[in-house]
Write a protein that binds this ligand. Sequence first.
Ligand code: GLU
Length: 311
Amino acid sequence: MQHLLDDIAAMAAADPERGVVASYIPELAGIDPNQFGIAIATADGEVLTAGDAETPFSIQSVSKIFALALALGRVGDQLWRRVGREPSGLSFDSMLLLEREDGIPRNPFINAGALVTTDTYLAGSTPREALGELLRFMRAAADDDSIHINETVAKSEFRTAHRNFSLAHYLASFGNLRASVEKVLGTYCHQCAVEMSCRQLALAGRFLVDAPLMPGLVSVERRRRINALMMTCGHYDGSGDFAFRVGMPGKSGVGGGILVISPGRASIAVWSPGLNRYGNSKLGTEAMETFAHRTGWSVFGVPHSAEGIKR
Ligand code: GLU
């Protein structure tokens, strides 16, 4: 496994086509695209890394997994009255379906759905309390109290969040927000500005792995459902392509991070800031394709021709 990670990091380092760094959040626009990291936290408690796996990055939409777990913890299945569970086939910040579907976002991973999720875990608390709860969840999942929010990134995103404000106002006009638009957006931008390294993110993802040594922060049924949503909706309009190429549930963020779960086996975090045309990490997606190919790991079947890497 260490050889495989080293190979993948070497391939990424040599790749001249690195994708395009997200520029709509000013603080993220200046990130060096020549970075690449990968980390795996296995079901038997090992953590292996390669490349820039200790460098913190903005997890952005990968935070929507933790936010979803928290919101489901608050209201359970009632959440599904306010947000759907279908892939949108549209970009992460699209407004198109909201009007046609009466302000019920397609799923909790597109921005509109994530704003409803944030509004749900925010209910009855101040943004500071709600974010404190979110951080506690992430820190418990990763067993690492140093995980924090980058204030500068949060402020930078809030100042330029015109589309997210529009989505939130739209949701509010349909009665699908409880807190004020400003409060929801402030909380959402801070949630997205959480920083983790690949090592921390791989550890934080263990609660979704479904194996005896992994942190049991959510029920088995909830874990399976979150994985199902990651598989169908975790990469926006590139979700089908990711499932086809990688065959494991994953969630991407515009910071270039991707968290991938191999149920029963491992939590894998990969990061490279340049994005492909869907807004998902270009080298991260390619690295996961190589990883899946070489290990034979897939939720759609057992390994045959792989290198014999078991758990
Ligand atoms: N904070 C970003 C936004 O709302 C998240 C998008 C993403 O990571 O895909 O635009």
